[in-house]
Design a protein around this ligand. Structure first.
Ligand SMILES: [Zn+2]
Ligand SMILES: [Zn+2]
Length: 350
């Protein structure tokens, strides 16, 4: 064991504050990492404030981790001291179920071990996330940062990037497809870039016409203002896929009507229950599919990093001193960040 430092919430109602705690010494298959950058995800806020009812305190968020390997266990073959690596939303899984065998650890039938606020599978301790100077993770759940990639803007690819890449890949998005992206936050702006790089014709759906110019700067070919009935009617039956990143409840019916027959509307947000109710006719009469998707497996997380490196894609970020994490949460709730805060962990030493 060794002493680490990080920012944690002690309860659902207390702000994040510095805390020292114990990290385990590397086990045989473990990689110890000095954390250089950590992205700030909306899930971090939900968990710190126990908005999903599953928080365990102290709760140290952070699952968009980029750092440098400082030590490896004796059985580690894939990484060496000095390697630049990443850790995303999971740090372990059962490794033998049908999902794990298919490189889909996020759907582990026994439940994956998440990067924070989940019991460690070996010693039962509460996992502590990336708002910290270090982390120790099984090598299977560590990915390599491609050479030359900017480390800070790579961090959000480990959650926001894989969450949008995985469903686009799974559903076979390719050149010639018409893809609509719903919402342009951390996820949506990555969705635009990734779908565009896959060759799709990309349209952003947004409630505010003021975002049109910015959407085009991000690579969108078209913009549809979703509150404008005329614009929505003009794209009826138009899209092959919709990637829905809107994090709050919204009416899916007007969007479903913009899909072709056999079109797929993919949800990545936990907007439950779906309200107002879904009209079954919007699915049945056109054989449309309403689908969901959760982050992505470890192999695919490596794949999205490599894809982003190849296509020159990164997340638009605002660097953050960790001392300002609570203000950053307030700004995120107000939608005031373009598009992801990334903590510069060097500020933890201050
Ligand atoms: Zn996340
Ligand atoms: Zn499993």
């Amino acid at each position: 064991m060794y002493t680490a430092i990080g920012y944690a919430a002690q309860s659902a109602t207390t702000p994040l504050a510095p805390m020292t705690f114990q990290r385990r010494s590397p086990r045989a298959d473990d990689v110890a990492i000095e954390i250089l950058y950590c992205g700030v995800c909306h899930s971090d806020i939900h968990q710190a404030r126990n908005e999903w009812g599953i928080a365990v305190y102290p709760l140290m968020p952070g699952h968009e981790i980029v750092g440098k390997v400082t030590a490896v266990g004796h059985a580690v073959s894939r990484y060496q001291v000095g390697d630049l690596v990443g850790v995303g939303c999971m740090v372990d899984s059962c490794r033998h179920c049908e999902a794990c065998a298919a490189d889909l650890e996020q759907y582990c039938l026994e439940g994956p071990t998440m990067t924070y606020a989940t019991p460690d599978r070996v010693d039962g301790s509460n996992t502590m996330g990336g708002y910290s100077n270090s982390i120790v993770v099984n090598q299977h759940f560590v990915v390599r940062i491609p050479t030359g990639m900017d480390l800070a803007s790579a961090a959000p690819i480990l959650c926001a990037g894989i969450t949008t890449y995985s469903p686009l890949k799974h559903h076979g998005v390719k050149a010639g497809h018409k893809v609509g992206i719903l919402g342009m936050g951390g996820l949506g702006h990555m969705g635009i870039k990734l779908a565009k790089a896959m060759g799709a014709e990309v349209t952003l759906f947004t409630r505010s016409a003021s975002k049109a110019e910015e959407a085009r700067r991000q690579g969108a070919d078209h913009v549809v203002v979703s509150t404008d009935a005329e614009q929505m009617a003009a794209v009826a039956g138009h899209f092959d896929f919709l990637l829905d990143t809107i994090p709050v409840q919204h009416d899916l019916n007007p969007y479903l009507e913009t899909l072709k027959f056999d079109g797929v509307h993919i949800l990545v947000g936990l907007i439950e229950p779906v309200e107002p109710p879904l009209h079954a006719a919007n699915l049945v009469l056109k054989r449309r599919v309403l689908a969901g998707s959760l982050i992505g497996g470890i192999a695919q997380t490596q794949e999205v990093l490599d894809f982003c490196a190849e296509h020159g894609i990164s997340c638009d970020i605002e660097m953050l001193d960790i001392q300002h994490i609570n203000e950053a949460y307030s700004r995120m709730i107000a939608g005031d960040v373009k598009y992801r805060f990334v903590i510069d962990m060097a500020t933890l030493k201050a």
